[in-house]
Design a protein around this ligand. Structure first.
Ligand code: ZN
Length: 55
């Protein structure tokens, strides 16, 4: 299994952990699924609705 690494310095991708720019390539972090943010948004909307109905 091949791992594509990303240079932390220039952002280029490659299979070697040494980039030609002199930086080090690492495994790119998977895009974080913002479940918490989505949930927080739901709660914020819910709270807004609650406050709207109250006033
Ligand atoms: Zn680089």
């Amino acid at each position: 299994m091949m791992h594509i690494l990303k240079c932390e310095k220039c952002g280029s991708y490659g299979l070697s952990n040494k980039c030609s720019c002199g930086g080090t390539r690492h495994k790119p972090k998977p895009p974080k699924y913002s479940h918490d943010d989505k949930y927080g948004d739901y709660r914020r909307k819910y709270k807004e609705q609650m406050e709207e109905s109250r006033t």
